[in-house]
Write a protein that binds this ligand. Structure first.
Ligand SMILES: NC(=O)c1ccc[n+]([C@@H]2O[C@H](COP(=O)([O-])OP(=O)(O)OC[C@H]3O[C@@H](n4cnc5c(N)ncnc54)[C@H](OP(=O)(O)O)[C@@H]3O)[C@@H](O)[C@H]2O)c1
Length: 226
């Protein structure tokens, strides 16, 4: 929904000062990914110490923040992503990791208090099975074919089982963006940049992203083009 440019025109009320201790590149990782994770883990998950949390797509942009935030609230975190990202997810603090190319977390008999799913593509019934009684599942991203049934059937499943299955509609929030920046400045959460590219290298960056190899964020460093 966006683009890549040297200049962009936005409303003043959407802007916040860059945290002094962070570089521009680090700060650029926060607005969408950090806010998705905060609204997922803090507001929807309301993660408490000892609760079992699963982040699906944990090695990507939002997942990286979600794993760290869940740990900071005391959750026992299972991070799911592809083979090459397992060590990376452990380094973020994940207690357990699952390689989605080898194991389906909805079919291994384990259950969670809260699941945040960045790449939803299973049926609502699969997600129901992976939840503990009174557990909740929120899809942030995924295919329309998955999100639609969640919207249609999620509340019905909730009424009959006590399990909550929903789509998380992320609100743009300056306050939340600043909150994540403060957590980064305080060293409680870190921005992870896999690679930096110049503006002229955007196609290369998108190719790398598309290959599914990026861990955390790729950053287009506009000021470093020269
Ligand atoms: N709900 C809202 O209001 C809202 C607002 C803004 C954005 N969004 C959505 O939120 C999502 C944000 O995602 P992001 O920026 O964190 O994406 P991302 O950086 O692309 O991360 C997705 C991660 O999921 C992994 N993955 C792919 N297939 C998987 C599978 N089957 N099981 C487990 N992991 C899998 C990817 O790894 P590999 O590539 O190695 O497989 C990647 O590490 C996007 O879908 C965006 O559209 C939603």
């Amino acid at each position: 929904m966006g683009g890549f440019a040297e200049y962009v025109c936005v409303r003043e009320k959407s802007l916040a000062l860059k945290p002094a201790k962070m570089t521009f590149e680090e700060a650029s990782t926060i607005p969408q990914a950090g806010v998705i994770a905060l609204q997922g883990i803090r507001d929807k998950g309301k993660v408490l110490p000892g609760q079992k949390v699963l982040i699906n797509g944990a090695g990507g942009c939002a997942g990286v923040f979600a794993v760290q935030l869940s740990k900071s609230y005391g959750g026992e975190v299972t991070a799911v992503d592809s083979t090459g990202k397992l060590d990376f997810m452990r380094s973020l603090g994940a207690d357990h990791v699952i390689d989605y190319t080898r194991e389906d977390f909805t079919k291994n008999g384990l259950q969670y208090d809260f699941i945040l799913d960045v790449v939803a593509h299973r049926s609502v019934f699969d997600y129901k099975r992976a939840l503990r009684p009174n557990g909740s599942y929120f899809a942030v991203g995924g295919s329309l074919g998955t999100l639609f049934p969640i919207l249609l059937l999620g509340s019905w499943i909730g009424r009959s089982t006590g399990k909550k299955i929903r789509v998380l509609a992320v609100r743009p929030s300056l306050e939340d963006m600043v909150k994540v920046a403060e957590l980064c400045e305080a060293g409680k959460v870190h921005a992870f940049i896999d690679r930096r590219y110049a503006l002229s290298e955007v196609p290369k960056a998108l190719r790398y992203l598309g290959e599914g190899r990026a861990k955390g964020k790729l950053v287009i460093s506009v000021g470093h083009d020269a």
